[in-house]
Design a protein around this ligand. Structure first.
Ligand code: EPU
Length: 420
């Protein structure tokens, strides 16, 4: 296993290009199961999670090739209906083959998903939504087994205790596009990644109204066609680089960042004293010498994204004063607190809140990556900290940040990878 070594305390400079969105690309790739015709998806980031999805689609009977940022997916005979534990357990995104397999084959067996260690992550909404469309489901040996001779449109509600669900919306939507008649999904997730999936399905011939809203109205069609499609840019990757710049008091520019998808973050950063402007696809970040503490509460889109909570906390750890960070999507997503405190931060958890008392400086230390975004928070902290930070278990970072070291090196960071 590799570790990352960062010699921190240096400002970043220059320009970084933002990659395609992992969380948009994964369900879009799964949606290609809905057609027998070939699809070409571009602007796909080269990441471990994408490789896992490629392996999963191959195991289900698709022919898949990836060249640079382009994934070509074609049929080569009948599909299999079983998504194996070995692939689904490593990444939650793979659970969204359930809806398309069920719609296309009338049956699907998909292992319970895995993913980051960020608390309990149930799949009850996925199952409920598919049952509302007429599927019969049961759980056997760690697999969700769903069957449906005939999916039938329904008026259904997908809100859960923590609001809407991104992947449950994706699963039910992908089943509904081939169901008979009209489906209305109330409390659908409206994250840009779900909107992007809707656009992909529309390009394939699906009929969807209310795209980008909490109410999707889908009129089922008999078949979908193959398409060429470009994935949106990754708002979480972009947000992470913005926070890296803010934490190191740097001025950098992001090429192709999805500015409109980042408003919840940019608004908070403006309050803190980070200036963000976007013109001609270039988002410029300018950081004042003294920032103000600002609290955030995570919410479904367009609220502050849970996937930037850890990185934002790493920034606030360095802003003198008190800020409160509240996690409303995954109340246990706080693994990074202990690691940030190891670097000299002063953060304590009280239930779903983190009380951050900003310090003047963080110090490099050996730290352990626990999940994808917690690892990114350690990179933010490591870049700003005095001295050497060693981040262990960096395979989490490889799941979500394309060419992280290369991009940071180009921004002038001192970062390198070493064998453990
Ligand atoms: N939930 C339920 N029941 C369900 C599904 C979800 O109660 O059946 C709850 C979850 O436990 C959570 C809330 O609903 O409290 C929202 O979870 P959601 O289902 O929206 O999460 P997800 O679809 O499994 C995606 C992203 C996550 C991101 C969340 C929230 C992908 C592959 N994953 O997960 O991304 O945190 O939406 O925006 O799209 C990451 O990239 O690091 C990551 C974890």
């Amino acid at each position: 296993m590799d570790k990352l070594i960062i010699e921190g305390g240096r400002p970043l400079r220059g320009e970084v290009k933002i990659s395609g969105s992992k969380n948009a690309a994964l369900p879009i790739m799964a949606a290609t199961l809905l057609t027998d015709e070939p699809c070409t998806i571009s602007h796909v980031p080269r990441l471990r999670d994408i490789t896992t999805m490629i392996k999963l689609l191959r195991s289900l009977g698709k022919k898949v090739e990836m060249n640079e940022d382009r994934v070509e997916i074609a049929s080569k005979g009948a599909l299999h209906h079983v998504a194996d534990y070995s692939l689904v357990s490593t990444m939650r995104g793979s659970f969204c083959v359930l809806g398309p397999l069920l719609a296309k084959l009338g049956k699907a067996e998909v292992s319970f998903p895995g993913g980051c260690v960020i608390g309990v992550r149930p799949v009850d909404l996925h199952i409920k939504g598919l049952e509302d469309l007429g599927a019969k489901t049961r759980i056997e040996n760690g697999y969700v087994i769903a069957t449906a001779k005939h999916l039938k449109g329904a008026h259904l509600y997908l809100g859960g205790a923590f609001g809407s669900s991104v992947l449950a919306t994706a699963n039910v939507l992908m089943a509904a596009v081939l169901a008979e008649g009209e489906t209305i999904i109330e409390s659908a997730a409206c994250e840009p990644e779900v909107e992007n999936l809707c656009r992909f399905l529309e390009a394939m011939g699906a009929k969807i109204e209310g795209v980008g809203s909490h109410r999707l109205v889908i009129t089922g069609v008999k078949r979908l066609r193959g398409v060429r499609f470009r994935v949106i840019a990754d708002r979480i990757e972009a947000g992470t680089y913005i926070l890296m710049a803010a934490a190191t008091k740097s001025d950098i520019a992001l090429r192709d960042a999805p500015y409109a998808h980042l408003m919840a973050l940019t608004d908070k950063l403006n309050q803190a004293g980070v200036e963000l402007t976007c013109k001609n696809n270039l988002l410029k970040v300018k950081t004042k010498d003294r920032l103000k503490p600002v609290g955030v509460t995570t919410h479904p889109y367009p609220g502050f994204p849970t996937d930037l909570q850890a990185q934002f906390m790493a920034l606030m750890a360095l802003v003198p004063g008190v800020s409160v960070i509240t996690e409303r999507i995954y109340p246990d997503r706080f693994m990074h607190i202990a690691e940030l405190n190891r670097m000299g931060a002063n953060i304590r958890r009280e239930g779903a809140n983190a009380i951050v008392e900003g310090v003047k400086e963080l110090y490099g230390a050996p730290v352990m990556a626990s999940d994808l975004r917690a690892s990114a928070a350690l990179v933010v902290a490591g870049l700003a900290a005095k001295g050497r930070t060693e981040i262990h278990r960096i395979y989490h970072l490889e799941r979500g940040y394309e060419n992280l070291e290369g991009k940071l090196l180009a921004l002038g960071a001192r970062i390198r990878r070493e064998k453990e």
